[in-house]
Design a protein around this ligand. Structure first.
Ligand code: AMP
Length: 303
């Protein structure tokens, strides 16, 4: 638990904190100068606000850096549990990768620090929370909304790949939303620096590409497959290869057994099929994605 002295208690104080926080985060976009890179952070540098959510290894709180009043999300993880589940190395890899990425659609990690019992990650605050919740609320997205999100995703992944980073775990649960509903890719827990071609089986079952199901080599084109699954889930409300058990899902993935409801347009179907190809090298490259006719729905003249 966080030191009680740094938690905001009184109602008036709390309201003032949130009012200030909300107006600040709306303005606070890319003012990196507001929170300078440091390697000597401690919990005393932050005022802790409301809990934003719970993850497997700990809690996430809204927080404000005392000196600059910069609003962040502070992820507080239990060291013992990380060590017990042998996740500390994966976390350190996530930290290293995410701290070095700078893109408006990738959740910034400003820094991290430890104390005896906890690991703290200082993260960009995503004002609209989880993409997953928005999708559940809306059931499915329109083609225009999907195109808006897909364009941002393609842009962010192009940037990751240019830095030799493969995300490997793209899915709605790992996407957060900023105040203006701009996507923030988070959770780089599975991501790797692509120095060599790899064979580790990871990621989420519904989003696994055939080459990972078959445990053959894979490269950054796994993210293109996941983008195809994500686009389907955005438009339909559930992923394309759902089945009753693991083996059946694997079978559907390897056979690319995909069905589209009637409301999905021909352009959308075509783009999904161009991302969900068995041969990784046949997937439409990220650099060509935005030229696909599916994105014409974003053109001004079509609005
Ligand atoms: P996680 O441990 O990353 O799964 O985070 C647990 C929950 O905290 C998420 O499901 C979000 O609701 C919330 N959360 C995590 N990071 C942020 C953030 N940077 N900004 C806002 N909410 C967050």
């Amino acid at each position: 638990m966080i030191h009680s002295h740094s938690y905001i208690h009184s109602n008036d104080k709390e309201n003032a904190f949130y009012q200030d926080a909300y107006s600040k985060t709306k303005k606070q976009t890319y003012q990196e100068e507001d929170i300078q890179p440091r390697n000597d952070w401690t919990i005393n540098d932050f005022e802790i606000g409301k809990p934003l959510g719970c993850g497997k290894f700990g809690k996430v709180y809204m927080a404000r850096e005392r000196r600059t009043k910069f609003i962040v999300a502070l992820k507080v993880l239990d060291k013992k549990q990380l060590i017990k589940e042998k996740m500390l190395n994966q976390l350190l890899r996530e930290v290293e990768i995410q701290t070095n990425l700078r893109h408006k659609h990738i959740l910034r990690m400003y820094g991290h620090f430890f104390d005896d019992r906890k690991v703290y990650l200082i993260l960009e605050y995503a004002g609209r929370g989880e993409m997953y919740k928005l999708l559940i609320e809306k059931k499915r997205f329109t083609e225009k909304t999907t195109a808006f999100f897909m364009a941002s995703m393609a842009n962010a992944l192009l940037y990751c790949h240019s830095k030799n980073v493969i995300h490997r775990d793209i899915k709605p649960e790992n996407l957060l939303l900023g105040y203006t509903h701009d996507i923030k890719i988070s959770d780089f827990g599975w991501s790797v620096h692509a120095s060599s071609r790899r064979t580790t089986l990871c990621g989420t079952l519904d989003y696994l590409p055939p080459e990972m199901v078959q445990k053959t080599h894979y490269d950054n084109t796994v993210d293109l497959w996941c983008l195809g699954v994500l686009m389907y889930e955005f438009l339909v409300g559930q992923p394309p290869f759902m089945a009753d058990d693991k083996q059946a899902t694997f079978r559907r993935i390897t056979n690319i057994d995909i069905h589209f409801p009637d409301h999905v347009s021909e352009n959308a179907k075509d783009l999904i099929k161009r991302l969900l190809t068995k041969r990784p090298q046949d997937r439409i490259p990220l650099s060509e994605l935005s030229k696909h006719p599916f994105f014409h729905c974003l053109d001004k003249k079509n609005q």
